[in-house]
Design a protein around this ligand. Structure first.
Ligand SMILES: NC(=O)c1ccc[n+]([C@@H]2O[C@H](COP(=O)([O-])OP(=O)(O)OC[C@H]3O[C@@H](n4cnc5c(N)ncnc54)[C@H](O)[C@@H]3O)[C@@H](O)[C@H]2O)c1
Length: 370
């Protein structure tokens, strides 16, 4: 595979993130096929043309199905709102394209099940946008856990907080519509669940409570509209091997900007990490004299692969968009038939099932087994 033709659907926040990744992946990693930015789709034709010029794509269209008909497009990035993922991913796979689709898979579990089934039958690569597992620091933490540096893991605590829904006066938009999903659970919860699944294996049982901090929001142009989603979720978890867990999610957490705080407790030590300080982690190992015991902070550096592909100097720091670029490289590895660190549609379905089990637990007020 000397070259690969790329299609991109959606050019908002994530669309730009994918475009940056496709633009930079070969320069950073120095391997893989030459990336040909072939065809971009955006709902508004003028915006499509503008974004194609900005991102470096050859063709622009307002009809995403044009990408399916383009024989030069081999892989399609899907970065549209959640409600479109199932239809677009299934159509792309059935047209013989590889798919790199933003999380969550789908709003409805049956759609996610269909996506996984179509992906499995297609023989094509179908990967979800779980960028946080790509952080070199998270990769290193995974190695520490697997090597038993903190002993046998007995408890994990995860918090994900941002404040983009905190202002009660912020206007109603698609993230408050039930058609986008449950709210914090599938918008947010899937990210910490991707970390959990990667580091500690799948969730076995859940007990959840969802909450709405704001019952209604102003509509642009006047009036109020009831909020249909839950911006807060509190979840108890039972993980593989009897490990207990707690997950707290809040899209209305004033002051929190990109917090994904993870603590893994073992019988010999503890690891702590927070995405807001994504270039470091804390490690406590219960050894030596108690008088000098304490957490040490480890800064990311070239010894934490693939940090070295970006910067030779330690402590200088990667950013959010770099995680997407690493993910892009893994997508290319998967397409090339290599073992890749990705959450594909099959593994993504386990995350979706956990999310829907949490919603059911909230509805029924009881533990739900997966
Ligand atoms: N991986 C992450 O860390 C992360 C972060 C934010 C969002 N997301 C996910 O990315 C997806 C997009 O979120 P966003 O924040 O980029 O949204 P956004 O609103 O910024 O961008 C969505 C874009 O899709 C376009 N679009 C909508 N319908 C279309 C259609 N039929 N054809 C072509 N274009 C269409 C919109 O015009 C818009 O430009 C969501 O599924 C979201 O959950 C992932």
């Amino acid at each position: 595979m000397d070259t690969i033709g790329v299609g991109l659907i959606g050019t908002g926040y994530m669309g730009k993130c994918h475009a940056l990744a496709w633009n930079g992946v070969r320069a950073v990693f120095g391997d893989g096929p030459k990336v040909m930015l072939r065809h971009l789709a955006e709902a508004n034709p003028d915006l499509a043309a503008q974004r194609a010029a900005e991102f470096g794509f050859e063709h622009a269209t307002a009809d995403w199905r044009d990408l399916l008909a383009d024989p030069e497009v081999a892989v399609i990035s899907i970065t549209t709102p959640n409600a479109f993922h199932a239809e677009m991913a299934i159509a792309a796979l059935e047209a013989g394209k590889h798919v790199w689709c933003e999380k969550p898979m789908a709003v409805v579990l049956e759609d996610a099940e269909r996506m996984a089934a179509v992906a499995a039958a297609s023989g094509r690569v179908a990967v979800l946008g779980y960028n946080y597992i790509q952080n070199p620091v998270v990769r290193h933490i995974e190695g520490l856990v697997k090597d038993g540096i903190i002993g046998r893991v007995n408890h994990v605590r995860l918090e994900m907080d941002e404040d983009f829904m905190a202002d009660p006066e912020a206007p109603f938009y698609w993230k408050s519509e039930r058609s986008s999903g449950y709210g914090a659970l599938d918008d947010f919860g899937v990210h910490p669940l991707s970390l959990l699944q990667t580091l500690l294996g799948p969730v076995e049982a859940v007990m959840a409570q969802l909450a709405k901090p704001h019952e209604q929001r102003p509509v642009t142009g006047g009036g109020q509209r009831p909020v249909e989603t839950w911006d807060i979720a509190s979840v108890l978890l039972r993980l593989h091997g009897g490990v207990s867990g707690v997950m707290a999610l809040n899209r209305s957490a004033w002051g929190r900007k990109g917090r994904i705080a993870l603590q893994i407790f073992g019988d010999k030590g503890t690891i702590a990490y927070d995405q807001e300080r994504m270039n470091e982690f804390q490690l406590f190992v219960a050894e030596g004299r108690p008088s000098e015991q304490g957490f040490r902070t480890v800064l990311a550096g070239p010894q934490h692969a693939p940090y070295d592909r970006f910067i030779p100097a330690p402590g200088h720091g990667l950013g959010f968009n770099d995680l997407k670029l690493i993910e892009c490289h893994e997508v290319l590895r998967a397409i090339g038939g290599e073992a890749a660190r990705v959450i594909d549609f099959g593994h993504g379905l386990l995350i979706e099932r956990a999310v829907h089990a949490m919603a059911r637990s909230h509805d029924e007020g009881r533990w739900v087994e997966l």
